[in-house]
Ligand binder design. Structure first.
Ligand code: HEM
Length: 384
């Protein structure tokens, strides 16, 4: 059923899982992204009105991810230049160096040949370091950066965050905002071509409030971290579970672009996103009412047999058009081109430096299911 009511999801929601229906909803302005407030409070019960929670909500609800229409377009316009092809090409050498360094660190350890966890050693740190570079922070990223990103992702990824997840995310956001405020007090130390420099300039021109500045900086961290980490982990797992395709890719690196697209379709890093209905509508003969919550199930839409033949088959040569993993419409992922470039750099570096990579006897483990499809551990082995 491409559209059905589910009492289990988020206390009751429409789950939309057909490809055309999800794509249509993503582009339809009657499906509003303004859903942050109720969901942020959901895990806290009586503490929902505490001071830290109010600050958390104030910042979160100013993120471009949770704003519609003009307010959204204004913020997106400010962040956009940093994601243009020329700006990304400028970052390419730095991203290549980061990927090579992480691999060199693994290779330098004698024990690593017996087994190492790809998630801890590569898939987690690379995206966080890349976002830090893009923002303009290389060389001064606090140790806790990855932990903050993970705590925010733990909250964002949960359909009904509990009190522990909410408080961890509150603390992470508070620490992150303190950190960004400190960095932004010294704009002269920022490199000229970086996202923070664009944001500082917009702030100086009064195009952004301080809360909006902090909300967009934090959004970039959690939107770009957990997602890319999952693409690298899930994508490599799919390749290693299909050794013939892993071998084919090593002999035809030009196939990498399509292979990354198939990794994104096959095991979508973001499984679903949410919307709130602004009007009564009928979809697939179902009556959706104003105020209802809709879960747009990207992961299932990417496996819709009406759109992709034999959808459960992983096929790096598949040429059947675009997956929905980056969303569509006004909120389509701002980091899509960066992600494609980062993944191509990462897999190229891995294939060159560790061509004998295989799965270890120890099985991979997954995080609890939620909006993110995330490996906890991916144990691997390799030979000289
Ligand atoms: C595998 C990697 C990624 C995936 C699967 C992914 C997925 C998505 C999806 C599905 C959305 C739309 C959400 C919605 O409509 O509710 C989105 C939005 C967004 N993504 Fe990504 N993303 C990835 C990487 C990144 C990176 C690396 C960055 C930046 C550093 C980034 C920044 C953003 C931002 C800022 C938005 C909000 C855009 C808006 O609301 O206008 N993403 N992403």
């Amino acid at each position: 059923m491409p559209v059905q009511w589910s009492p289990e999801h988020c206390g009751g929601a429409w789950v939309i899982s057909g490809y055309d229906e999800v794509a249509g909803a993503l582009r339809d302005p009657r499906f509003s992204v303004r859903r942050a407030a109720r969901w942020i409070n959901s895990g806290l019960g009586d503490h929902a009105d505490s001071l830290p929670q109010r600050r958390f909500k104030r910042i979160f609800s100013r993120s471009l991810l949770f704003l519609d229409g003009r307010a959204h377009r204004r913020l997106r316009g400010i962040l956009n230049p940093g994601f243009k092809p020329a700006a990304l090409e400028h970052q390419r050498p730095a991203i290549e160096a980061l990927a090579r360094q992480l691999i060199a660190d693994i290779l330098a350890e004698d024990d690593a040949r017996q087994g190492f966890d790809f998630v801890t050693r590569f898939a987690r740190p690379l995206p966080a370091l890349v976002i830090a570079t893009l923002l303009g922070l290389p060389g001064r990223v606090p140790e806790a950066f990855i932990g903050w990103a993970a705590d925010l992702a733990g909250f964002i990824g949960s359909p009904t965050p509990d009190a522990t997840q909410t408080v961890a995310a509150q603390d992470a956001l508070a620490a992150l905002c303190d950190y960004f405020e400190k960095v932004l007090r010294q704009p002269q130390d920022l490199p000229p071509h970086c996202l923070l420099a664009d944001i500082v300039q917009a702030r100086q021109q009064q195009a952004l409030t301080q809360v909006e500045v902090l909300a967009q900086c934090s959004t970039l961290l959690f939107a770009g971290y957990e997602t890319t980490r999952n693409l690298l982990g899930n994508g490599l797992l799919a390749l290693l579970r299909h050794p013939a395709q892993w071998a084919a890719l090593k002999s035809q690196p030009q196939a990498l672009r399509g292979a990354v697209r198939e990794m994104l379709r096959y095991d979508s890093p973001v499984q679903y996103t949410g919307r709130r209905l602004l009007a009564d509508i009928t979809l697939d003969d179902q009556p959706l009412r104003r105020g209802d919550l809709a879960i747009l199930h990207i992961g299932q839409a990417n496996h819709d047999a009406r759109r992709f033949s034999d959808p459960a088959r992983f096929d790096i040569a598949r040429d059947q058009g675009m997956h929905l993993s980056f969303g569509q419409g006004a909120h389509v992922c701002l980091g899509a081109a960066l992600t494609q470039m980062e993944a191509e750099i990462a897999f190229t570096a891995l294939m060159q430096a560790m061509p004998t990579l295989t799965l270890s006897a120890e099985a991979p483990s997954w995080q609890p299911a939620g909006a993110y499809r995330a490996l906890e551990r991916l144990p691997l082995v390799f030979q000289e």
